[in-house]
Design a protein around this ligand. Structure first.
Ligand SMILES: [Zn+2]
Length: 362
């Protein structure tokens, strides 16, 4: 795979401006604010109190092994909910018009052991700018473990990736916590992109976050329980969180019919405007499922999130109607899976397709 160092898009912004004007008009007409939604503050309180409650029950109350098992699974779901709903909006600056509220909500990711400083650069910059571009979008890069994009190198064992990846998703969170954060910081790079060392407050929060995570998940539980019990709970919690987080992400990008743009190997240019490519690389799913939409922080409206990452996710269901209509008008292929199961099947088939031998070119 040849990866040009710098990738550029077609500079035309006609579609982007048209769609932005429509969405701005929606907020003007309804008098709603794109940020600081009361629903979002209530949701944050619910998710944080729920997760804190599960933690207290697991560490201080549960006695039987099956109670601990169920609570650990619940905590995994809670960790994913905090990630989808609170840190994601916070780190995008979509939560509030007030900078420090975004910062604090974004820092909830550090409490879970993943640096928001590094994640923001990977996610906000690399994933949101170079969506599905192999060699640039860190979210589709699991090294040799998986082949998500046609441009990535195929190994023989990828033939089975549609089976083993579901299990591998369970180790993604510990991979971020124990490996990626440190390796990327030490290397000073995320893939081909430079990563600066955190400075000032960023450094303070980085260190404080790591200490808080170790205290919450290891030091406090170890005061009351044996090492094997604490590690077992930790592994279960993070495995559940990893599977839920990974699958929701994969259903939005790594499915059939979505684009994996290939920049010109010489110039790095992609001859499609960025906003158009955001629609073509991304899919929505289960848009009518209100419970799921609540839980995944609107990330089943991923097209809308990619076009408007700085708008709070509670607005995505309404914005989706505008986006879909405008895509139709501009002849851009907007794709929404009717339910979770159809999206899961599509991800399975895409993994299987990418695992097949690459036909030799003449
Ligand atoms: Zn995002």
């Amino acid at each position: 795979m040849t990866t040009p160092a710098k990738v550029t898009y077609n500079p035309s912004s006609e579609f982007q401006q048209a769609i932005r004007a429509r969405v701005d008009r929606y907020f003007r007409m309804t008098g709603r604010s794109p940020k600081d939604s009361v629903r979002m503050y209530l949701k944050t309180a619910t998710v944080i109190l729920g997760l804190a409650g599960l933690y207290v029950l697991t560490v201080f109350v549960a006695a039987a092994w099956w109670q601990v098992l169920l609570l650990s699974v619940g905590m995994g779901v809670g960790v994913a909910a905090l990630g989808f709903n609170v840190q994601h909006d916070g780190n995008h600056g979509a939560y509030s018009r007030v900078g420090w509220i975004n910062r604090i909500t974004g820092l909830t990711m550090d409490l879970l052991g993943v640096s928001s400083y590094i994640w923001s650069r990977k996610h906000n910059v690399l994933h949101h700018t170079y969506t599905n571009v192999a060699g640039h979008d860190d979210d589709i890069d699991l090294g040799p473990l998986a082949r998500f994009a046609p441009e990535q190198r195929r190994f023989r064992f990828h033939r089975l990736q549609h089976i083993y990846m579901w299990a591998l998703y369970s180790v993604i969170v510990p991979k971020w916590q124990f490996h990626d954060d440190w390796a990327q910081l030490i290397r000073g790079r995320i893939g081909s992109h430079k990563l600066m060392w955190p400075k000032g407050w960023d450094l303070v929060w980085f260190v404080a976050g790591k200490l808080a995570w170790i205290s919450i998940f290891f030091v406090v539980p170890l005061m009351l329980h044996p090492v094997w019990a604490v590690l077992t709970c930790y592994v279960i919690t993070m495995a559940v969180a990893g599977i839920v987080l990974s699958v929701v992400f994969q259903l939005a990008h790594v499915v059939e019919s979505r684009h994996f743009p290939v920049p010109d190997p010489e110039t790095g240019h992609i001859d499609t405007p960025w906003a158009v490519e955001q629609v073509q690389t991304t899919a929505d799913f289960a848009r009518g499922n209100r419970l799921l939409s609540w839980f995944v922080g609107g990330l089943n409206f991923q097209i809308e999130h990619h076009l408007f990452p700085r708008i709070c996710h509670v607005h995505y269901p309404k914005i989706a109607r505008i986006v879909e209509k405008m895509c139709k008008r501009y002849g851009i292929h907007y794709h929404a899976f009717p339910n979770v199961w159809s999206a899961i099947q599509s991800h399975y088939r895409w993994l299987r397709e990418m695992g097949r031998p690459v036909p030799a070119t003449a």
